[in-house]
Write a protein that binds this ligand. Structure first.
Ligand code: NAD
Length: 446
């Protein structure tokens, strides 16, 4: 057994014996590199892509991905079969996940336009249309992430986006992981940009000789990717929007005395292995020392058996177990933290869901590990981190459409609403606005 100093253990804080400030300090997210420093790195890269297009894009891929043999930065559909050579079990896993994600996102479609007659003869409608061209960033620096390609590509396909462009850094030999090519093929992507980082984001935002310019860029990525997304979405010349601010992944597990310590530990670790900057929170409801020790022991035992134990050590170092007396206290802390993933390993977990105010995605009950949502259940895994679950939704079908409204008035409708319009136009001193109504009303009275 390892000496105690080597034990992988989460620090503990007991709410009944701590100040509110101590609890908030324990829940603080690991700090990010200053936005200015990152912006100073990505701005010249973005400008270079705007000025030098494909040539610059290729040179960054040669530099960062070491893919010096790559001569074209874009792979266009139809993608060659030999680039999708995969074992049958991988194909099956992708197909099952694809179908569940498709079903759940297809159910989010609005069947018919919303239509309301606000006054007799005044009809207001709202209908949706797909965003025509979307750019989906699939990170590739340190891991193979076909699941991210699925989570972005499937809803784009379901929404009916006309052009789906994927971007992902190639491997050093210039190739792209076959799993990603297979997903790109399944969702009907028009092309794959073989590039990563700020340069890939810039290429999709502005377009190059061979990269299709897109209208919206979605997908997670490291700090360079995130900074570039923020930059281009603030540049009116780019005319591009983004999904949401992204930060390191996080989970908050609420567990009570009934929870199986092995299950709880496995959920905490499945998040902790993402990266050293991941944060893992366990809220222990009504647990005594015996339960808490059982949890600590399980966490250590399982962590030591993981291939990524070194990453786990890093993330567990800034993670915490918070001891609370009841579920109300647990939910207050959870809603304040607004976790990306919230796991409820508690008795009657479903009955607690109405108390969830802020969370990216909720995993209910002991048979629902977060991993099912990460890959195959059907829910999306691109979720707001860093407390942004307070105001953002995760990626969903609506992320790939925009809503257009319309009004349609009869003469009677204009008579009914005209006075209110003319009066407010007068208050705002916009005479042409007032006349657009009065001219019509006068013509009706002739
Ligand atoms: P990445 O694809 O995001 O970034 C790789 C790129 O970073 C390279 O192509 C290069 O262009 C750029 N880069 C690296 N060093 C640079 C430097 N010094 N200067 C300028 N550019 C540089 O891959 P990654 O780095 O492995 O990061 C993946 C991120 O995505 C992680 O933070 C991970 O947590 C996150 N992620 C999140 C989710 C989610 O759904 N929330 C899913 C998967 C991954």
């Amino acid at each position: 057994t390892a000496p105690d100093s080597d034990k992988i253990v989460m620090k503990r804080i007991d709410v009944s014996q701590s100040s509110e400030a101590d609890v908030s300090a324990a829940l603080k997210r690991p700090s990010q590199k200053s936005a200015d420093a990152i912006l100073n790195i990505v701005t010249p890269i973005i400008n270079d892509i705007r000025e030098n297009g494909d040539k610059a894009l290729l040179s960054y891929t040669h530099k960062f991905e070491k893919a010096t043999s790559l001569t074209s930065p874009v792979l266009r559909a139809p993608f060659p079969k030999e680039m999708m050579n995969l074992p049958a079990e991988t194909i099956k896993a992708i197909d099952v996940s694809f179908e569940n994600i498709r079903k759940f996102h297809a159910a989010q479609k609005e069947e018919k336009p919303l239509q309301v007659e606000t006054m007799p003869g005044v009809v207001c409608s709202r209908f949706s249309r797909p965003i025509e061209r979307v750019g989906l960033y699939v990170p590739g620096g340190t891991a193979v992430l076909p699941s991210t390609a699925l989570m972005l590509g499937v809803p784009a396909m379901v929404a009916g986006c006309h052009k789906i462009v994927l971007a992902s850094p190639p491997r050093a030999d210039g190739s792209i992981t076959p799993e990603i090519v297979y997903v790109a093929h399944k969702v009907g992507a028009e092309s794959i940009v073989l590039a990563g980082g700020a340069q890939a984001v810039a290429a999709m935002a502005y377009g190059t000789e061979s990269v299709t310019k897109v209208d919206k860029i979605l997908g997670p990525g490291n700090q360079f990717v995130t900074a570039a997304k923020m930059f281009v979405s603030n540049d009116t010349n780019a005319g591009v929007s983004i999904d949401m601010p992204a930060g390191p992944s996080e989970v908050l597990v609420i567990a009570d005395r009934d929870a199986n310590p092995a299950f709880v530990a496995s959920d905490l670790l499945s998040q902790a292995e993402h990266g050293v900057d991941s944060q893992v929170i366990c809220i222990a409801v009504g647990m005594d020392e015996q339960h808490l020790t059982a949890l600590d022991d399980e966490l250590h035992k399982q962590a030591m058996a993981l291939p990524r134990v070194d990453i786990v050590r890093g993330s567990i170092a800034h993670s915490v177990t918070i001891i609370v007396k009841d579920i109300e206290e647990a939910m207050r802390i959870s809603n304040d933290y607004a976790p990306e993933h919230l796991i409820l390993q508690i008795k009657d977990a479903e009955s607690v869901v109405p108390k969830v105010m802020n969370a990216g995605s909720v995993f209910i009950g002991q048979w629902t590990p977060e991993s099912v949502g990460d890959y195959s259940a059907g829910v999306n895994h691109s979720l707001p981190t860093y407390g942004f679950a307070k105001q953002y939704s995760g990626v969903n079908l609506a992320s790939f459409v925009k809503h257009i409204t319309s009004s349609n008035l009869t003469a009677e409708g204009l008579k009914n609403v005209g006075d209110a319009v003319m009066q407010l136009a007068k208050v705002e001193e916009l005479e042409a606005h007032r006349r657009a109504v009065s001219i019509r009303l006068a013509s009706l009275n002739k």
